[in-house]
Design a protein around this ligand. Structure first.
Ligand SMILES: Cc1cc2nc3c(=O)[nH]c(=O)nc-3n(C[C@H](O)[C@H](O)[C@H](O)COP(=O)(O)OP(=O)(O)OC[C@H]3O[C@@H](n4cnc5c(N)ncnc54)[C@H](O)[C@@H]3O)c2cc1C
Length: 443
């Protein structure tokens, strides 16, 4: 399709983001005659699909993350740079990162997505989302502290508020979080406290649409709903959040008293579109062509959650890990072809299916025309997730933890971190802080 760009020396490929897309592009260029600079603001690759297990004390952060240098260390043509990119100078073909300018012949932007609050960014204070390890450990702290505070709380109304958890968004993350909090309360914490019964915890899942897991077959949405209800989760379909505060979620006129809200309702793309000054959609995804390059910039590619790429049905491809990974591999192939002036085929996404888990032994899965639910889907979900984790240590550790959790009903990672002894009093107030304090940035 596109002609190769004449370059006299070894081409310099800069990849921004070592998530699913960027890492796949970098690995796809192993052995290629190019110099790759892989830039990420973190020094680790994160397996985001299991973040909710950190937030609900099922796994530890190191189980689902791996150092980038360790992953690509053996690849001779890669230099890893730890830096946050803040712009791209397309005229001089340079990436701007913390005062450095890094030149490229080919640029791959794979910087993922971030939370979106539909124009209510102030809700982020009260309803944190789940995107990074820091988000997950913060949520874990909030959840575990709510139980600790409830144990010491004399006022029954406040105790009820502390033992009410609201999750906003009925996609896979919301469903998984709701199921995991319900199981944490009903099983792992059930006999840990003397003054409260964690089994009386309310977990409420709020979804604006008429069904959960809207990208799945409707029959699986119904099964997911039933599985959650069996765990005691209250599912509120067709309910739109109109406000959040430190003490409540508002659904129109209804006020649900809670100290812990979690946001799983929407994402927007990283600001790559603004860096390039190009066309982006409503949620900031950069429109890319059939070879995933940016129109007017044949040597710049955008992939993964940051890209707006169309499927064969003319619909945007979903923001999921397989899309990012396949796009990364595809762009690596395109770059190899371009370096040799060979033609390329357009990108085609192969959809191998979707899955979501509900609690410790139930899941729904859609694989081509096959639909699975219950224990068999859960076993498959476990196998797939262990298989796709990076590194033997992580696979072994996760498999061991899950087996242990399954047999004992325990959660070994119930650690409240991020507070030092002297600050415990202050931080335990996180769950009760009033609106004005929080808005002043006290947390
Ligand atoms: C909680 C959660 C659960 C999920 N569950 C599933 C699931 O079950 N199945 C599934 O298929 N998908 C799931 N996803 C979606 C999936 O994780 C994403 O679609 C996938 O990670 C996108 O890959 P990516 O390469 O585009 O971005 P990411 O994997 O997000 O990687 C982006 C990388 O860019 C880096 N970066 C960002 N900005 C900068 C910057 N300015 N400078 C330098 N580096 C930067 C980040 O540190 C990160 O390493 C889930 C996502 C979340 C958050």
């Amino acid at each position: 399709m596109k002609k190769s760009i004449p370059i006299a020396r070894i081409p310099r490929v800069v990849i921004v983001g070592a998530g699913f897309g960027g890492l796949s592009a970098a690995k796809g260029l192993a052995g290629a005659a190019c110099e790759i600079t892989l830039i990420d603001r973190h020094n680790y690759h994160l397996f985001q699909p299991l973040l909710y297990q950190i937030a609900t004390a099922g796994l530890s952060p190191a189980d689902i993350a791996a150092p980038i240098r360790g992953i690509v260390g053996a690849q001779r043509n890669i230099t890893v740079a730890l830096a946050a990119v803040s712009g791209v100078d397309t005229v001089r073909s340079e990436v701007i990162a913390e005062g450095r300018r890094i030149s490229y012949d080919f640029l791959v932007l794979a910087t993922g997505a971030q939370h979106a609050y539909f124009g209510h960014d102030d809700w982020a204070f009260y309803a944190p989302g789940l995107k990074t390890i820091d988000d997950a450990t913060y949520l874990r702290r909030r959840i575990l502290l709510a139980f600790e505070r409830a144990e010491a709380e004399p006022d029954p109304i406040e105790r009820r508020r502390l033992l009410t958890f609201v999750i906003v968004g009925g996609g896979p993350t919301g469903v998984e979080m709701a199921g995991a909090i319900a199981e944490l309360a009903n099983r792992a914490l059930a006999s840990d406290f003397h003054n409260i019964d964690p089994r009386s915890t309310r977990v409420i899942l709020v979804e604006a649409g008429q069904r959960l897991l809207k990208t799945f077959d409707p029959s699986l949405s119904v099964l997911a709903l039933q599985s959650l209800q069996q765990l005691g989760v209250e599912v509120r379909l067709g309910a739109v959040v109109t406000g959040c505060s430190c003490a409540a979620v508002f659904l129109g006129d209804e006020r649900i008293e809670t100290r812990t809200i979690m946001w799983a309702a929407g994402v927007k793309a990283s600001p790559a579109g603004a860096w390039l000054g190009v066309d982006a959609d409503r949620v900031g995804r950069v429109r890319v062509g059939a070879d995933l390059s940016v129109p007017g910039h044949p040597n710049i590619f955008v992939i993964g959650d940051t890209a707006l790429a169309m499927g064969v049905d003319g619909e945007p491809l979903p923001g999921v890990a397989p899309v990012a990974k396949q796009q990364g591999k595809y762009v690596a192939d395109v770059l190899r072809a371009r370096m040799k002036a060979r033609p390329t085929e357009p990108f085609r996404y192969r959809n191998n299916g979707s899955m979501a888990t509900i609690g410790r032994k139930s899941a729904v899965a859609e694989l081509g025309g096959i639909k699975l639910s219950g224990f068999s889907a859960w076993l498959l979900w476990c196998l797939v997730h262990v298989y796709f984790l990076i590194g033997f240590r992580n696979r072994f550790s996760v498999a061991l933890n899950w087996s242990w959790n399954y047999i004992t009903f325990q959660r070994g990672s119930r650690l409240i971190t991020g507070i030092s002894g002297s600050r415990i009093e202050d931080v335990t107030r996180e769950n009760t802080i009033d609106d004005s304090t929080r808005l002043q940035g006290a947390i």
